[in-house]
Design a protein around this ligand. Structure first.
Ligand code: G6P
Length: 462
């Protein structure tokens, strides 16, 4: 039996892997780094000889890479049939589980768990099974496997059956829904999700709040946690990397371009997000509008730099949200703009160097999600900002637990309150702002990605 085991001592499984491929016009494959908090956290594992990262092929380019046998050392990409992946990823993970944990449903009409949902759920099961089987095949005897996020909730239970010798962990990068909201899911599905996760030896969450919500769901739905341990690991920003990267030439170039757009002597309010419903970009723009309407002294003296990078565009609701972000930003510019001043600089094209340039120029960072597992932007901007920035932070972001004391805290639904917070943040005396920013940076880098991962590994190895 032992001879059929693979060689990996440490395995990570996630939907999105560290790289994604694009087929160029000349037929060559071009590798691109993936986005989002999960990839930032896990990239720190590095090419450790005994570690294997199992992820999914997401694009046509990825599938082509699998077919051609192209890949990176230490990464195995699974080529799950495209329609099964679409049902699992778009249908279940991003339209159901993401919506439940971020409480995004418009409940008078949604959700509707119909036959189509059941069909998609079968794909989600097949998709999870493909991961469990790949992990079972690749893991050395007694190895540690850490499964990531809501895409793969069933994997721990499936893997436990295939390989009882493994130490299995699961980490949630999202919030966990409160019991009443979690119970929107059909009872059998709610139970399957929890039992799937409880197949792990240990479950990790970003904050105590999400861990407690999970425990409450288990108590009510499946009668407790069984023998599964719960851990809280608040993923932080990678301070060393950010400080170095943000002083490279391409960032300096983008800073010059941005300075030009902002104009001499103006304050800068910065936000950088995926265009994601939970990030609350539209209310952020409305709050900025309210600031300009209610406190005319800021007109011509401030610019809102908003980078909103398209995300999950296969889903109509995301496409519509992106369009709404653009519509509201344009409306603010039309209402208040003058020949020498564009109040909102909105950019939808993903550019990491330009994001870092905006971080460096930030006087105020606006992070106002309706709900967020952590939010690394809140932790990153204070590290990078040249003069130290004030942070306007939603109390519904996981980062609030660590940064709340030095941030200007908002209820993300309260547009007038958020406008007041922006005003207060813009008006913080320079000394106070710099002190707060220093403390925010220290708290935000307390658990850098590599340590975050090692902590979990050590806890699992016991
Ligand atoms: C969140 C999730 C990650 C996901 C990321 C980007 O951070 O927790 O699992 O990878 O968003 O979303 P995407 O759908 O583009 O992978």
């Amino acid at each position: 039996m032992a001879s059929s085991f693979g060689a990996a001592q440490v395995l990570v499984a996630s939907n999105r892997g560290p790289v994604s491929y694009e087929v160029r016009e000349d037929g060559s494959l071009h590798a691109k780094r993936g986005g989002g908090g999960l990839v930032s956290g896990l990239s720190a594992i590095g090419p450790d000889a005994g570690a294997l990262w199992v992820c999914s092929a997401l694009s046509d380019g990825d599938r082509e890479a699998v077919r051609r046998g192209v890949g990176e050392d230490g990464v195995r990409m699974l080529d799950v049939p495209a329609d099964v992946h679409a049902d699992a990823y778009n249908g279940i993970a991003n339209s159901v589980l993401w919506f439940v944990h971020h409480m995004l449903y418009q409940t008078p009409l949604e959700p509707v768990f119909d036959a189509e949902f059941r069909r998609q759920w079968a794909s989600y099961e097949a998709y999870n099974r493909a991961f469990a089987e790949a992990l079972a095949e690749e893991a050395a005897e007694g190895a540690v496997a850490i499964v990531q996020d809501y895409h793969l909730t069933l994997v721990p239970g499936m893997l436990r059956e295939l390989r009882p010798d493994l130490r299995i962990g699961h980490f949630s990068h999202t919030p966990w829904a409160p019991l009443d909201y979690f119970r929107l899911l059909p009872d059998d599905i709610a139970e399957q999700v929890l039992r799937g996760m409880l197949g792990a030896d240990r479950l990790g969450f970003l904050t105590r709040r999400w861990a407690d919500a999970f425990t409450a769901c288990c108590d009510a739905v499946v009668g407790g946690l069984g023998g599964t341990e719960i851990g809280v690991h608040g993923l932080g920003a990678d301070g060393d990397f950010l400080r170095k990267r943000s002083h490279e030439a391409d960032v300096e170039e983008r800073m010059a371009e941005l300075r030009e757009q902002i104009g001499e002597g103006r304050r800068t309010i910065v936000r950088v997000d995926r265009t994601e419903l939970s990030k609350n970009i539209v209310r952020g723009l409305l709050a900025y509008r309210e600031l300009l309407a209610g406190r005319p002294e800021w007109r011509e003296r401030v610019v809102h730099v908003a980078f909103a990078y398209p995300s999950r565009q296969d889903l109509a609701v995301y496409r519509e949200y992106t369009a709404e972000v653009e519509r509201v930003a344009n409306a603010v510019n039309e209402e208040f703009g003058t020949p020498g001043w564009t109040p909102v600089v909105l950019n939808l094209k993903d550019d990491f160097a330009r994001s870092l340039a905006a971080y460096r120029l930030a006087d105020v960072a606006l992070v106002n999600p309706v709900r967020d597992g952590m939010n690394l932007v809140a932790k990153e901007v204070p590290v990078v900002s040249d003069t130290g920035c004030a942070l306007v932070l939603s109390r519904e972001a996981g980062a609030y637990e660590e940064l709340g004391e030095d941030a200007v805290v908002v209820n993300p639904y309260d547009v007038v309150g958020t406008a007041d917070a922006l005003h207060a943040a813009l008006g913080l005396p320079a000394g106070d702002r710099a002190e707060r920013s220093k403390r925010l940076a220290a708290a935000g880098t307390a658990l850098p990605p590599a340590r975050w991962f090692l902590e979990q590994l050590e806890a699992l190895r016991g």
